[in-house]
Every structure is written in structure tokens, then in C-alpha cells.
Design a protein around this ligand. Structure first.
Ligand code: ISJ
Length: 401
């Protein structure tokens, strides 16, 4: 089986390279292993190596920003040939986040996965749904009751799928497939602290940018309101038009945009929020999307500062956040871990990108936990919401099998 290979175009060869352990001007995913990093966005692509030992911090929420600035100070003072910190922040405050500065290499944007993409060698031995279809439908019904009683306006209710393979996950195979199947969006492999100690790999292909900073400019791109894509192009376009016109989905989306607007206002001296959402397509879904741009009032505000000011948005938690968080704790029979948290990178100047960890799994050896959720508002149909989560799980499932 051939592993996919990255190559760079001649014009981009000078851009931001640090020493890397592989030959020439191409690198292969073949060596990608537990503990390594991969992150590709529409703006940047990185590959990081777990060894030798990295600058590393694991910390709780109040310390995230301090942790990243102390890593940045270390990098500056040691003039290491890298200026990028990677990391992940969990959904809830119960778990620590992890930030580190591995030996890394920035890959040109023209980077393509080349060669035949290998298949996962293992087979599925076991699959457990948390909860099953009935359980999820009941949880959506309970959420609708809470919404009806005025306790909460929106709750994003997730479910998980545990899969056991008969062989450890092949990261080159899995990432090769995710990268070649998702040319847009944010594809990542990031080591994160496991609940049981040690590390797990957070792997996924998310469509959602929480915050990007370039100098004093920021971009925030919430998604909310979804419909499954169709193989027939006529039906597919009808579905996207119906989504754009759907009252229920526009309400679900507006809750997110209003919350983000309010949270960004104190950070920005200029803020542009489009009047109406547009529709964007992933491999499996149409989403309502609003690209919000702003100019920071204080240019010392970093990409992570902006991301943490917004997290958890109503796109992945709900509104109001505290009441929605209570529903999630009560109704989801698993710990979200890093699902719906932040995953990304930031350089020593504070520029960077933090995506929301969606369409992802936490992986250890041959065990995978996949996650997907759907926003519940007044008018949501429990069976359709279940189907939406099934479509969302498809991103990872199609890459594994
Ligand atoms: C919660 C997820 O996705 C989020 C929920 C969406 C929705 O409810 O329409 C759309 C995009 C994401 O903000 C997920 O993928 O698990």
C-alpha cells in the first residue's frame, strides 16, 4: 500500500520552513504516528513531530493564554527554528488543555496528497452507540420540552460512537483519506490528554473556523443549520435552497451570530457581520454560514484570546450557555472530551487559527470514539436530528472504512 506524499511547488519553496527529518522537498504521511501533529486549513498547513521532547504545557482554562505566551517567550528566547505552538482546548472545563511547540514544518498551501490513498488495514470488531437511536430521540424530546418551558432557546445535543478495530488505527491512511476528501475546512491530527492519563489522538475534518487572526484583522465563521447533500445535482441544489429559506434553520443560525456579535464587540474597533447567512457545502452537508470580520481594538489580543472569548458558542453548546450546558450534562451519556473544543495553532506574534473540533474522533490504538451533534431549537424534528448526526459521523466513518 502506497502512502500519500506531500510536495511543494517551486515558487513556494522558500516559505517558512524549519528543519524536518525527511529528505528533499517532499514529505510523506507514511511516518505519521501517535503524538505527531498535522493541521491543514485554507490558509496554512503544518506537520509536527512528537520527538525529540517538545516544549509542552498541560493546563486548566484560566491558564490557557498564560501557557501559550510562556511557550512563545521560550521559543523567542531560544531562537528555535520554529515559531508555532499547536494545541487543543476541551469542550468543558473539567479536562486540561494541551499546548506544545514540536519540531515542525510549514507546508506550502499548494500541497496536495499524492499517490493512492491507503486503506485502514484493520476490521471492525465492535460498535457501541452512546446513546442508541431511541435514546437520542428521547433526549431531543426532553430538550424540546425544556425549550417549550422557556428554560433554554437552543441546545446542541451530541452522541458518540465507540468503535473497536482488530488493529491499531493507521494514521497515514486515515489522514490521507481525510486530507484528500476535504479540500476545504480544517483537517487535523492533534495529541490530547486522555481522561485515563497518557495521550490520545484527536483526528478530524471540521468545516468550522472559530477564530483566525492575521495582524489586527480577525475572521470568525460560525455554522449552524444543516441539511444532508444529495447525489442528484438537481435535488442537491433544491436542498440547499430550502435550507437558505428555512425559518427554523435561520433562527438556529441567528442565535449563534447574535451571541458572537455581542462577544466580539468589546474586542473590535470595526466589526462586519453580513445581514443574512450564506450556504456552504462540505462533502456530506450544506450549512448556513456567516463570515464575520473585524479589526482588533488592541493588537495584542491573540487568536487564542478571541477564540476563548467565544467558546463555547451556541453553534456547539446552546443559548443561554449555562442552561444549555446543564442539558448537555444531563442528557449526553458520555464526556465530550475535546469534541466541540478548540484545535489549532498560533505563532509567537499571536497570529493563528483555532477551529472547532467537529467531525472528529479521539483515538487510542485500535479504539475510536466518534462524535456528532445537532442544534435543537423549537420546531426541530427528533428523527431528522438523529439523521443529521448520522450524516455528520459519516465524515470520519468514510475515512476509516
Ligand atoms: C455539532 C456539530 O456541528 C455544529 C452544528 C451544526 C447544526 O446544528 O446545524 C452545524 C455545524 C456545527 O456548528 C457537529 O458536527 O457535531
Amino acid at each position: 500500500m502506497e502512502a500519500p506524499v506531500y510536495t511543494q511547488s517551486p515558487t513556494e519553496q522558500q516559505e517558512g520552513w524549519s528543519p524536518a527529518p525527511e529528505r528533499g522537498d517532499a514529505f510523506s504521511l507514511a511516518g505519521l504516528k501517535h503524538g505527531d501533529v498535522l493541521f491543514r486549513s485554507p490558509e496554512a498547513a503544518f506537520r509536527g513531530w512528537a520527538d525529540p521532547a517538545d516544549d509542552l504545557v498541560e493546563c486548566r482554562d484560566i491558564d490557557y493564554v498564560r501557557a501559550v505566551s510562556s511557550l512563545a517567550e521560550n521559543l523567542k528566547s531560544r531562537q528555535r527554528n520554529t515559531d508555532v505552538i499547536f494545541g487543543a482546548v476541551p469542550f468543558s472545563r473539567r479536562l486540561p488543555g494541551r499546548f506544545f511547540a514540536p519540531r515542525q514544518r510549514r507546508v506550502p498551501l499548494s500541497t496536495q496528497v499524492e499517490g493512492r490513498v491507503a486503506a485502514q488495514p484493520g476490521r471492525e470488531c465492535r460498535r457501541d452507540a452512546l446513546p442508541d437511536r431511541q435514546g437520542y430521540v428521547r433526549a431531543v424530546q426532553s430538550t424540546l420540552e425544556a425549550i417549550g418551558h422557556g428554560e433554554v432557546d437552543k441546545v446542541v445535543l451530541a452522541r458518540a460512537l465507540d468503535i473497536l478495530l482488530d488493529e491499531p488505527v493507521s494514521y497515514p491512511a486515515l489522514l490521507g483519506r481525510l486530507l484528500s476528501g476535504h479540500r476545504q475546512g480544517y483537517t487535523f491530527a492533534m495529541p490530547v490528554p486522555a481522561e485515563s492519563g497518557g495521550l490520545e489522538m484527536l483526528v478530524g475534518a471540521s468545516p468550522e473556523l472559530l477564530a483566525r487572526r492575521k495582524g489586527d484583522r480577525i475572521t470568525v465563521n460560525p455554522l449552524a443549520g444543516s441539511a444532508a447533500r444529495q447525489t442528484d445535482p438537481v435535488k442537491d441544489s433544491a436542498v440547499s435552497q430550502a435550507l437558505a429559506a428555512s425559518e427554523k434553520d435561520r433562527h438556529e443560525h441567528a442565535i449563534v451570530v447574535d451571541d458572537i456579535r455581542q462577544r466580539l464587540a468589546p474586542l473590535c474597533r470595526e466589526l462586519k457581520v453580513p445581514q443574512a447567512p450564506s450556504v456552504i457545502g462540505t462533502d456530506t452537508l450544506w450549512h448556513l454560514s456567516t463570515e464575520i470580520t473585524g479589526v482588533l481594538a488592541d493588537p495584542a489580543t491573540t487568536a487564542l484570546d478571541v477564540a476563548l472569548a467565544l467558546h463555547p458558542t451556541p453553534a456547539i453548546c446552546g443559548q443561554p450557555a449555562t442552561a444549555a450546558g446543564r442539558c448537555i450534562d444531563l442528557l449526553e451519556p458520555f464526556e465530550r472530551g475535546f469534541y466541540a473544543g478548540l484545535v489549532g495553532w498560533q505563532d509567537v506574534r499571536g497570529d493563528g487559527e483555532w477551529a472547532i473540533a467537529l467531525r472528529c474522533a479521539q483515538i487510542h490504538d485500535s479504539r475510536l470514539r466518534l462524535y456528532a451533534g445537532a442544534g435543537i431549537v423549537e420546531g426541530s424534528d427528533p428523527e431528522r436530528e438523529y439523521e443529521e448526526t448520522a450524516t455528520k459521523l459519516g465524515t470520519l466513518l468514510h475515512a476509516v472504512f
